[in-house]
Design a protein around this ligand. Structure first.
Ligand code: GLY
Ligand code: MN
Ligand code: MN
Length: 440
């Protein structure tokens, strides 16, 4: 079930409200070259997708609150053209943009340069994200410059170029019930894939074979594929946070860390990490560290509720991790002092989570000046503490050297958590994480 057209119409209505008298220019993504004349699979720009649901490259959407009704939502699209479609596939064209995607008016993309200035005339401001759309930016600047050149005679010009992001990303940060249900679907498929991966993992397999099982499940379930480069990291590879080589043999006695999630056809994403023993049995050191990470993760998830902040979720995880590390002798000193000095960062060097939505690291502010953004129902964030014991970072002065028996252990546990009216819903609870469930 994908989102109904009226969901996109409703989003546009909210966006128009936020824009006031400013016009907005929101470009689609272009195709991106992989190598030579081969392109990556197309990935739509999430802002453009959020407002249009239109999944073709090189389009541009105009939102024109200053124009009369029936001329306010304009799409520039690649026109229908059999000789192009025979190579690159179906296009909706201008008629489809109107009939299927609710545009008031639609034009061929190549007419943007000649028509843009007319459409923008009379807007109080122009909302356009500079620095990200090199194919469209010169046209926007030229249109505005033209208005300024003629302002003394025409009597009006847009007062400024403004960023659409604060308006649009505030909308994207708060997910509607329909969006949460799509995220449940992404979470379901992603969690199933993790369960399948654990069932097949055993010593002697290559990381890549496990990656294949995970990504096959994504595709079988109708997702586009992985939401980001799947991380399948045996043993010490798990201490490389963005490990994606996925090409080592799984060793008896090591842990396997898998960070993988699918992206649905409508771009909602899952993002799950699980870590488990490859041979089905934790060593005492692995189990001790695993229990610390699990306690930190569960404590941090428990914090997620309206009125809390992502900062509080992070602080909770750090406190439990540090307490556990002191108990195990991997850190020493007084708790608050260790936390204040960051004397744990050679073992835990990343934040505890991020917003999740159409982008895996989704849009939306975490803080506004000194104020940490309060969690509200509809926001979705990951909660993903970890511990990574290796020689890669120096041990801070005053902290104990690390005994060899701990090294090569990398653990992260990551769930996707939606804020609800009275607390939270763990969307990815179906991926098991209790130590007893991971052993065989
Ligand atoms: N998989 C990316 C992340 O966990 O942030
Ligand atoms: Mn994540
Ligand atoms: Mn992840």
């Amino acid at each position: 079930m994908s989102l109904a057209p009226d969901v996109f119409a409703q989003r546009r209505a909210h966006f128009f409200e936020a824009l006031g008298g400013a016009a907005a220019v929101i470009p689609a993504a272009p195709l991106v070259t992989h190598h030579a004349d081969c392109e990556w699979p197309f990935r739509q720009n999430s802002d453009f997708w959020y407002l249009t649901g239109f999944d073709e490259p090189d389009a541009v959407a105009l939102f024109l609150p200053h124009r009369p009704e029936g001329e306010r939502f304009v799409l520039f699209v690649q026109p229908k053209e059999p000789s192009a479609e025979v190579w690159m596939g179906f296009r909706w064209g201008c008629e489809g943009a109107v009939e299927r995607f609710g545009a008031d008016l639609a034009h061929p993309r190549e007419e943007l340069a000649e028509r843009l200035a007319d459409y923008l005339r009379g807007a109080e401001g122009i909302a356009f994200r500079v620095g990200q759309h090199p194919q469209v930016e010169p046209h926007v600047l030229q249109a505005w410059a033209g208005q300024l050149d003629r302002a003394s005679r025409s009597g009006s010009a847009a007062l400024g170029l403004v960023a659409p992001c604060p308006l649009l990303h505030a909308l994207r940060l708060r997910k509607s019930p329909e969006e949460i249900s799509r995220m449940r679907e992404a979470a379901r498929i992603s969690a199933e894939a993790h369960e399948l991966a654990r069932q097949v993992a055993r010593p002697g397999l290559n990381e890549r074979q496990v990656q294949g099982v995970i990504e096959q499940h994504f595709l079988e379930q109708g997702a586009r594929g992985p939401a980001y480069g799947s991380i399948v990291a045996g043993g010490d590879n798990a201490c490389v946070l963005h490990y994606t080589a996925n090409n080592a043999v799984l060793n008896d006695g090591d842990l396997l860390l898998i960070d993988a999630g699918c992206s649905l056809n409508d771009y909602y994403n899952g993002d799950i990490t699980r870590t488990f023993p490859i041979n089905g049995r934790f060593s005492p050191e692995q189990r001790a560290l695993y229990e610390v990470v699990l306690a930190a993760q569960e404590s941090a998830v428990a914090v997620v509720a309206p009125g809390q902040t992502a900062e509080a979720v992070h602080d909770t995880a750090v406190r439990v991790l540090v307490e556990g590390l002191v108990d195990l002798g991997l850190l020493c000193g007084e708790l608050d002092g260790i936390i204040e000095q960051g004397a744990y960062r050679h073992l835990y060097m990343h934040r505890t989570g991020h917003w999740l939505g159409l982008d895996v690291h989704d849009v939306g502010a975490y803080r506004l000046g000194e104020h940490h953004v309060g969690l509200e129902p509809g926001m979705v964030l990951t909660v993903e503490p970890g511990l990574y014991v290796s020689d890669r970072l120096p041990v801070p002065e005053g902290q104990p050297e690390i005994d060899e028996r701990w090294k090569g252990i990398g653990i992260r546990i990551e769930d996707d958590v939606a804020v609800t009216e009275h607390g939270h819903e763990n969307l990815t609870a179906a991926a098991l994480k209790a130590p007893a469930a991971l052993e065989r």
